[in-house]
Structures are given as C-alpha cells and as structure tokens.
Ligand binder design. Structure first.
Ligand code: ATP
Ligand code: ZN
Length: 284
C-alpha cells in the first residue's frame, strides 16, 4: 500500500514541495517530468498536477493527500481536511484599485466591477461586508483588468506588491492570508492515516528546526547565572568548562522570533564568541 500525494507540477509551489519532501528524508529522484513518481525509501507515490485541481483529486480519493495553497483550498471548497500548515507559499489575497483612487473601505466596491480568479472568496467577502458588486472571473493576468477598462478593482494574490505597482494599482484590503497546507481526503483509511502521521511528524520536525537556531557562546563563570537566565532552551542549557580557567561554554536553542532580543541581552551580560548554527531536524 502506498500513500498518494498530489503536488503542483510546475509553478510557485513546486520547488518548495519537493524540497520539503527531501527534508523529510523522502527521496523522489525519478521522473519529475512525468505525471507521477515513486519515492524510493517511503511508501509514497507523487502525482504532479495543476494546483487548482488538487482539492478535487483529494476529495475524489485519486490522491490521499496534497500540498496546495489555502487560497485554492478555500476557493474550491471541497470535502478535504487541512492537516498541517507547511510554512511556504505565503501570500495574501487582496483587493486592489487604481493608484489615484480613494478607497473608503469595502463600500467603495458597491456597484463596481471586480476582476478576479477567486469568485467564491470575493463573493463571500462582499456578502460579509453587505456590499454588492459585479464579479468578473478571469483565469490569469488579473492585474491588467483595470488598465484595459475591464474592471474598477481586482482581487488577486500578492506577495511583494510589485506586480500591482507596475500596473498602476494599490493594495487596499487583505481578504485572506494564505500559505501552502497539507490537505487530506476526509475518508482516508486508518492504514493510510498511519503513513500520513509519519509524514506529519517529519514535517513538524523540519518546521521546528527552521524556526530555531542552535547557539554556542563563551561566558566568564561569574556571569553564568545571568546568561543562563536569558536562555529558554529545550530543557536547560548545556554548560561545559573551557580549557581556560574561569570560563564556560554555553549551548542552547533559540527560536527565530526572540532571537535578536536575546542575542543583545547575552552580549550585554558578557557573553563572547557567540556562534549561531542552523538546526536540521528537531525531535521533541
Ligand atoms: P498552475 O499551472 O498549477 O495552475 P498557477 O499559475 O495557478 O499554476 P502559481 O502562480 O504557480 O499558480 O501559484 C501557485 C500558488 O502559489 C498560489 O495558489 C498561491 O497559493 C501561492 N503563491 C505564493 N505567492 C504567490 C504570489 N505572489 N502570486 C501568486 N501565487 C502565490
Ligand atoms: Zn493554478
């Protein structure tokens, strides 16, 4: 028995999806140019598909699981379960209007034309705001619609905003924050769920490792207590004596978001020779 995974064939999610599998120790070397490929060291078969089709394939059980953007999952609204956020493919689905326009909130959209590839999510947003507008569904290059007179506003995916800028548009409202997620067939069998649990455990270990750094530093022994009090660590930090009398080496783990604050504190407390190294996997 094999677990069947659907990932994007080519596009923004493809490389990160392949990379995540690799980081999870799953080797898919053969045939990325084909429709499907087998993992050599895990009971997994990978299907390469258009991202828009992935929720449907997972609902139908053609694939058991898939890596796909939340934006697509919510737009397609299929019977699939979001099992895990994957930490890549981050973007937002936003309303944008012409640069010169004054956007006064969702009411601005009343009676206007909105071009988008996400009619379901836009309609939901408009309903929540009590606004009615005309939605023009287009499948690509949404950002050119206002320039050619097809629409007054657009709703599209944004990451840096440079595409909007180049087309004379400005982002005015975020309707969804999105990232890639692992979805599964709601009717997945217990045997397959067991395989899936193994993959999820590995993904979580990879994600944790990415959010954390291993830190090593030297400290005079009379400053040790203060320095240790600044470090969270998995348990307590490791403290080893240095060859030089009166000094110790302290090892610990810091999460990315508290990182710089703590480093400053450590330096101020007398830590020296601070080394920060990436962690590959973190099992807890
Ligand atoms: P496909 O041929 O598979 O249908 P596509 O053209 O629909 O590809 P891509 O542009 O490759 O899709 O985007 C795939 C996903 O990447 C999006 O659905 C979204 O979840 C994510 N993404 C992240 N950042 C962006 C961005 N700036 N613009 C568009 N999508 C982004
Ligand atoms: Zn697509």
């Amino acid at each position: 028995m094999k677990l069947k995974l659907a990932i994007q064939k080519s596009g923004r999610l493809h490389d990160d999806s392949m990379k995540l599998l690799k980081e999870c120790g799953i080797d898919i070397s053969n045939g990325v140019n084909k429709l499907k490929a087998d993992a050599s060291n895990f009971p997994l078969e990978v299907f390469f598909l258009r991202d828009d089709d992935i929720p449907q394939y997972v609902e139908d059980g053609v694939a058991d699981i898939g890596f796909v953007g939340e934006n697509v999952v919510f737009e397609k609204d299929k019977k699939v379960v979001i099992e895990e956020k994957l930490g890549f493919g981050k973007c937002r689905l936003s309303i944008a209007v012409r640069k010169g326009e004054e956007y006064t909130g969702a009411a601005f959209l009343q009676g206007k034309k909105i071009a988008t590839s996400y009619p379901v999510l836009v309609e939901k947003f408009l309903q929540e705001k009590g606004v009615s507008a005309e939605i023009h569904e287009i499948s690509g290059s949404v950002e050119i619609a206002p320039g050619i007179g097809l629409a007054d506003a657009i709703c599209d995916l944004v990451s840096s905003g440079s595409t909007l800028f180049m087309n004379g548009l400005k982002e005015t409202e975020i309707i969804l924050q999105s990232q890639a997620v692992l979805i599964k067939d709601a009717k997945i069998t217990p045997e397959k769920q067991q395989l899936l649990n193994k993959i999820i455990f590995r993904i979580q270990s990879v994600k944790k490792a990415k959010n954390n750094k291993y830190i090593l530093l030297n400290a005079p022994n009379n400053k040790l207590n203060e320095i240790i009090s600044l470090l969270p660590g998995m348990k307590s930090p490791t403290v080893l004596p240095l060859a030089e009398e009166g000094w110790s080496s302290v090892h610990s783990v810091l999460s990315e978001n508290q990182f710089w604050d703590i480093i400053e504190g450590l330096k101020a407390a007398g830590a020296q020779g601070i080394l920060v190294v990436p962690i590959e996997k973190m099992i807890m």
